[in-house]
Write a protein that binds this ligand. Structure first.
Ligand SMILES: NC(=O)c1ccc[n+]([C@@H]2O[C@H](COP(=O)([O-])OP(=O)(O)OC[C@H]3O[C@@H](n4cnc5c(N)ncnc54)[C@H](O)[C@@H]3O)[C@@H](O)[C@H]2O)c1
Length: 320
């Protein structure tokens, strides 16, 4: 659960949209003073309001106490000038997903924070080494990729660029673990990091199955969430198959279940690199039928309510 930090560490969130406001809520719930900055005062205040709404929702879900939430609300500091970043020792950048948007923002952050402050980007697809090329102090920079919404989903993928210092990575791991996040450190950068690469492989096949007329969108989703998805919340693909091999584990799994002459299922999977037009249309039509008029707000509220119940069951102590 949340820590009550007597002398709050100052963190900054730059870019206060969907992801930035969720990070701000999480950091403040864990006792950090959070300087929030966006392109305009209006956008910053809108981000602060979103963070306040998220803080209300975690109290309603009984994840944090009313007292912790009240303190968190006081710790959100919307800023009108970048000079407000000067006290921050950790900066989470969450602006638009292009190198062109992020580079000037990183330059602005570097202009105002101490050379020893750590700067991380929430990017979900860009490469940290390329971002480091325009930094004055690239050693203190890395990527910290969350899964939406970061104030609830535990995973954060930490991706070093070629210039990232080991000390910056180590202190970033400690920063997130102190608030109950599960930090995975990549040994080197890879497009899509880990989670989104796995998701891309699964998504391509989910689209292909609908396009081929094998099943509806609803049934493809059910076949995931009511079966393999339940296990994915507990353990990953490697450990699942290790257990699937019987007493001989992964070694036996390969001997018994993976044909040496090639796996016919793998050979039959979709191979395309661009979504075929027919597939695009099939899943768009199929999702409309599946959600049957439910609003995005209803779907999100349902997702978050289920997510909270699952998190409480799986991570009862951390409760994040
Ligand atoms: N949405 C997701 O599911 C998700 C998940 C993981 C990571 N991310 C990553 O998080 C980052 C932010 O994504 P988002 O979904 O919150 O986007 P968003 O559009 O909701 O928010 C982006 C924010 O950045 C602000 N912004 C744009 N240009 C800016 C600038 N020059 N200076 C300061 N602020 C600026 C915008 O005003 C907006 O508030 C992206 O890098 C994205 O890839 C998103």
């Amino acid at each position: 659960m949340a820590s009550s930090n007597p002398t709050p560490q100052v963190t900054a969130v730059v870019g206060c949209g969907t992801i930035g406001s969720s990070w701000a809520a999480l950091f403040s719930l864990h006792g950090h003073r959070v300087v929030m900055l966006d392109v305009s005062e209006e956008a910053t205040l809108a981000g602060r309001d979103r963070a306040l709404g998220l803080i209300d929702s975690v109290v309603a879900h009984d994840l944090y106490s009313a007292e912790v939430a009240e303190r968190a609300r006081q710790l959100l500091e919307p800023a009108s000038e970048p000079s407000a970043l000067s006290d921050a020792m950790f900066v989470q950048e969450s602006v638009l997903e292009t190198y062109e948007s992020k580079a000037p923002m990183h330059a602005l952050i570097e202009e105002h924070v101490d050379a020893s402050a750590t700067i991380v980007s929430s990017s979900s697809s860009l490469l940290p080494s390329r971002m480091q090329q325009s930094l004055q102090h690239p050693g203190r920079f890395l990527l910290a990729h969350p899964f939406n919404p970061p104030h609830l989903v535990p995973l954060v993928e930490l991706v070093p660029g070629t210039a990232t210092d080991a000390a910056a990575m180590e202190s970033t791991v400690q920063f997130y673990e102190a608030m109950g996040k599960i930090a995975v450190v990549l040994k080197k950068e890879a497009l899509g990091y880990i989670g989104n690469r796995l998701a891309a492989a699964l998504w391509r096949e989910a689209v292909h199955l609908v396009d081929e007329g094998v099943a509806t969108v609803e049934d493809v989703d059910k076949a995931l969430y009511a079966g393999p998805g339940l296990r994915f919340a507990l353990m990953g693909q490697h450990l699942i198959y290790h257990l699937g091999g019987g007493r001989g584990g992964y070694r036996e799994f390969f001997e018994k279940l993976v044909p040496t002459a090639g796996d016919p299922i793998i050979a039959d999977l979709a191979k395309w690199e661009t979504v075929p037009d027919s597939a695009r249309q099939a899943v768009i039509d199929g999702i409309d039928e599946f959600v049957d008029g439910k609003s995005m707000e209803q779907l999100e509220a349902d997702r978050d309510a289920r997510l909270v119940r699952l998190l409480k069951a799986l991570y009862p102590k951390e409760g994040t």
